[in-house]
Design a binder for this molecule. Sequence first.
Ligand code: AMP
Ligand code: MG
Length: 306
Amino acid sequence: MGTTWQVQVHAPGAATRSLRSEIEATLALVIRQMSHWEPLSDLSRFNAAMPGTPVVLPELLFDVLVRARQISAWTRGAFDATSGALVRHWGFGPDRARQRADFAAPDDDTVQRLQACGSWHQLVLDESARTALQPGGMELDLSAIAKGFAVDLVSMRLQGAGFPSHLVEIGGELRGAGLKSDAQPWWVALEPPASDAPIEDTVIALCDLAVATSGDYRRHVELDGQRWAHTIDPRSGHPVRHALTSVTVIDESCWRADAISTALMVMGADEGLAFADHHGIAARLLERQPDSWREHRSRAWRDMLS
Ligand code: AMP
Ligand code: MG
């Protein structure tokens, strides 16, 4: 997944030695199915399939696609895991083309063509055969949901193995479960988006809760003095260009927090905050302004953290 992971388990006196290999096996499974960095992953197999081919998918990948499509419908396409070709043409794909000196942004015709073959409306999933139909040219990119999904999966497996008190983190997405023996939940502090940001420290108790952050402060490129997030607005076919620098979402599921934080990042501060308030989502959106920062907290975030 191109990132690091950490797991803490609270299990005084229990043998935890085999957990590392179980966790690594779980992550390897997710990568084998969902990574676009791996040419032999099931996702890459779908992306390379001939037009009109129904591609049989393994259970977890199919499950994530069903969830991704739900989030796309719900966010009216702000989140769209079928935008892989757009992401790649804008230089944010696995080949990191934007960092090359000869990178050229796609022209309007190309953007329209890519939007036409990469849209969640065209993702045809057959639950009984467990297939996804490759319409031709569709490239899946699960980078905005798979890390959160992997966090939930590791957490579920730890639970199943008899370790109900744990904190799982993959690439900044976290889930805390259970309490420690002093009846304390897992407390986590949110990293400030920049050292000069006068944003109050936020500490969250993750008791069967997950938190995910989407933003340009960790992953962005600077070109001609402009910051570019890795986020594409599938509705326009262009990278997002507003002043939002990070969106953090708290939810019971990490996969949802992950996908929703990306969707709000696409929507921008006004639309994103209205969406979060309308749907009771706990979200914090940070905007970079020329000499200052603006913090927007949704109602559910304020209720949860006050
Ligand atoms: P995240 O850090 O979770 O917001 O995920 C960002 C990554 O998801 C990007 O690097 C792209 O690979 C992919 N991506 C970009 N825009 C979108 C979008 N609108 N919907 C879904 N995935 C996206
Ligand atoms: Mg995300």
